[in-house]
Write a protein that binds this ligand. Structure first.
Ligand SMILES: [Zn+2]
Ligand SMILES: [Zn+2]
Length: 204
């Protein structure tokens, strides 16, 4: 009898490495994004490496990873509190919601992160290029929403639909688009991971 190879269809895993924060102290703002590790199809995908270098290296270490073990660095949008740590990943491919950057070479793509089941969802409003990720896991549909939803450390995270949709975002560059993006994500997600703040369950 010929060998029949079993096809592994292991679901993706999502792990929050660092919970994003944003706090004012005197004239300064201390902010770094939520940083997430997705394991899918044997790839280590790091979403929004953030701006806190020591915490990122520490949390990778706790997961027995070094920067060289990351296969893909994915950026949801171009705010530096989400991006600054790309300098820890020299030579790695950087993905945004539409393009793969490999040095000076740019390759367009759409739909899924290639070779994964991770879906790209355009979510403009906070920033034009903003996109979110939908990951099907054993726990349910997890949406990495980044700054479609975010809170300062001293703000209460009110999780009823009205407050989630209307919550003020002082950095949004198009509030109408932002509201559309929020509604879109609330419809599809079982859980939402915000750009700064705690993961929450979406009550249906
Ligand atoms: Zn942010
Ligand atoms: Zn932002």
């Amino acid at each position: 009898m010929p060998w029949r190879r079993r096809i592994e269809t292991k679901m993706a895993e999502v792990k929050i490495l660092i919970e994003g924060y944003a706090r004012e102290e005197g004239n300064s703002l201390f902010a770094s994004s939520t940083t997430i590790l997705i394991k899918d199809n044997n790839l280590n995908i790091l979403v929004d490496p953030g701006a806190n270098e020591s915490r990122l290296l520490e949390s990778l270490g706790k997961n027995n990873l070094k920067p060289k073990d990351i296969d893909i660095v994915f950026l949801t949008h171009y705010h530096l509190d989400h991006i600054l740590n790309i300098r820890l990943f020299p030579g790695k491919e950087i993905y945004d919601g539409s393009t793969i950057y490999s040095g000076d070479k740019e390759i367009g793509y759409s739909g899924n992160i290639p070779n994964t089941n991770i879906k790209i969802i355009p979510t403009p409003g906070h920033a034009d290029e903003h996109c979110s990720l939908l990951v099907e896991t054993e726990k349910g549909k997890i949406v990495i929403a980044s700054d479609v939803f975010w809170w300062k450390d001293n703000e209460e995270q009110k999780k009823d639909e009205e407050n989630l949709i209307d919550h003020d975002d002082e950095y949004a560059n198009n509030k109408e688009e932002l509201i559309k993006s929020r509604k879109k994500l609330l419809k599809i997600a079982d859980y939402i991971i915000p750009g700064h703040g705690k993961m929450f369950e979406v009550k249906k």
